[in-house]
Design a protein around this ligand. Structure first.
Ligand SMILES: Nc1ncnc2c1ncn2[C@@H]1O[C@H](COP(=O)(O)OP(=O)(O)OP(=O)(O)O)[C@@H](O)[C@H]1O
Ligand SMILES: [Mg+2]
Length: 491
């Protein structure tokens, strides 16, 4: 680990362009057309943070960031680049990586639970309208009141079925619950399941501490989240998961103000997926998290093709701006280029707008914040080469890293503990057994509904006292899903 206060991104006219460590919780943007060098820029930033002892979490959309785990190779083009960038040290070496993959194929499985995801993200994921979302919120609340844990998809499904079956009894306390809406939610859950969401939802849920590790040499561990399959199959699940992770960080980490260096840096690739078709309420929440997470010492870097993919309220909060080349084919392209150029503080020595279309691969317009947090004039920067390998790790190498990972065994097997599904199933069985017993005693004189009514209320009382007995632990966990998490807050 180094105690440097800044690190080099590259050089402009042979002079280093450096990012202040203390400004790295002010977030950043890496933009540019395909093939212009965005991923390699992400890679050199991740390496720099790792060297500083800052753990990194990065999405890996094409699998090419896995190369971080392997040393770079010499190449005449790299040597040529190095000659133009007066780096203090350059050492081809592997960086400490941990691979994650919700499908468990290219890394450790990474999961969250339904209750942790919370109703807002889930509503968005399921594409629910207001009425349907209202029912989903009630579902969380009812599960909470009943002491039933919502961990995986089958818990949620069982809970919804139960609510549908008991809609009449629940109406006074929770409002109208239409069976049509429940049907829609159930169908959407099936769609979600087909996209592979059941891999994401369940236990053991990932522990933040496992994403915030430092290795024995003091280097920050880089968590590489393989999203190749996920972004192709279920981009919304990808976004929901990363947003959940951000909200967890926000919830769990204490306030530290502006630290010397960030506590964690988070790279959000294909950031446009996050904002395309997102409802305003979600965008507002994201904006809020971005604003507030800074004082928790977390830096967020968005990677996308055009800066216009990012809503203004968020774009305005991004301190480090790295703009790779943009192409000018259509009038719309011209508009993008113009506004991208205008977002940089001008440099008297060149015309920003013109340079954007001129930049070579691995070259970018860079504006960093000075020690007072003011954006410095834009610089035409040759980005440094990475010390680790450019491009993906071979499949065997990757397997080897996963096998030797210190986290091996911790997340590999799903644990299906007793939760809403099992409890509701048991309840139904008890009810049926009692029913059968009652039928054999033939209490003919009593109307059936009265019997059912009385039994249910005893059942409720039992469940409520059981929930109390289990203690606040369970309750709190569910409540957090509804109220605590910033994305779970009521609308
Ligand atoms: N800083 C750099 N140093 C050395 N080579 C670089 C650098 N940046 C980019 N390159 C070269 O350019 C190639 C393309 O870069 P990169 O994969 O980062 O583009 P990209 O913008 O992420 O593309 P896409 O949008 O398709 O993902 C790299 O494989 C590498 O060969
Ligand atoms: Mg890329």
């Amino acid at each position: 680990m180094s105690d440097a206060t800044q690190f080099a991104i590259g050089a402009a006219d042979g002079i280093l362009v450096e990012q202040l460590c203390g400004m790295s919780n002010r977030h950043g943007l890496i933009a540019g057309a395909t093939g212009t060098g965005k991923t390699v820029t992400l890679q050199i930033l991740a390496e720099s943070f790792s060297r500083l002892g800052v753990p990194v979490f990065t999405a890996d959309i094409k699998g090419d960031l896995s190369g971080l785990g392997s040393p770079g190779a010499s190449h005449p083009k790299i040597d040529e680049r190095l000659l133009k960038i007066p780096l203090e040290t350059f050492l081809q070496r592997p960086y400490p990586v941990v691979f994650w993959d919700i499908f468990g194929e290219h890394g450790h499985p990474i999961r969250s639970t339904i209750s942790e995801l919370g109703p807002l993200l889930l509503s968005n994921l399921l594409g629910l309208n207001d009425t349907q979302s209202g029912i989903l919120y009630s579902c969380f609340k009812i599960a909470d009141d009943q002491g039933l844990l919502l961990l995986d998809l089958k818990d949620l499904r069982a809970m919804l079925t139960w609510i549908g079956d008991n809609a009449n009894e629940l109406r006074t306390e929770y409002g109208n619950i239409s069976s049509v809406s429940i049907g829609t939610i159930q169908r959407q859950l099936l769609v979600l399941e087909e996209q592979g969401a059941e891999h994401l939802l369940g236990e053991p849920a990932v522990k933040l501490a496992d994403l915030m590790q430092i290795d024995f040499s003091g280097n920050g561990v880089i968590s590489v989240f393989d999203a190749t399959k996920l972004t192709a199959r279920a981009p919304k699940v990808y976004c929901a998961f990363l947003l959940w992770l951000l909200s967890e960080l926000f919830e769990e980490l204490p306030e530290i103000g502006d630290p010397d260096k960030p506590r964690l840096v988070f790279f959000f690739d294909e950031a446009h997926l996050l904002f395309d078709h997102a409802p305003k309420i979600l965008i507002d929440k994201i904006e809020q998290v971005v604003r507030l997470i800074r004082s928790k010492g977390v830096g967020i870097f968005f990677i996308t093709q055009s800066p216009l993919d990012i809503p203004e309220g968020i774009l305005g909060q991004l301190g480090l701006k790295i703009q790779h080349a943009l192409r000018a084919f259509t009038p719309k392209d011209m508009k993008v280029i113009k506004s991208a150029a205008q977002s940089f503080p001008p440099n008297p020595s060149f015309d920003t707008e013109k340079v954007i279309t001129d930049l070579g691969i691995g070259e970018a317009l860079v504006s960093v914040l000075d020690e007072k947090g003011r954006p410095r004039p834009v610089q035409r920067t040759l980005i440094r080469p990475p010390e680790s390998r450019i491009g993906p790790l071979g499949e065997l190498d990757r397997r080897d890293r996963i096998e030797r990972s210190p986290l091996k065994g911790r997340y590999d097997t799903v644990v299906d503990r007793e939760s809403a599904y099992e409890k509701l199933r048991d309840r139904a069985e008890v009810k049926q057994a009692r029913q059968e017993k009652a039928d054999t005693r033939k209490p003919k004189e009593k109307p059936e509904s009265a019997v059912v009514g009385r039994r249910q209320s005893t059942g409720e009382a039992f469940i409520k006292s059981a929930a109390r007995a289990i203690g606040s632990q369970v309750g709190r966990q569910i409540i957090r899903g509804i109220m605590g998490s910033i994305f779970g807050g009521r609308q």
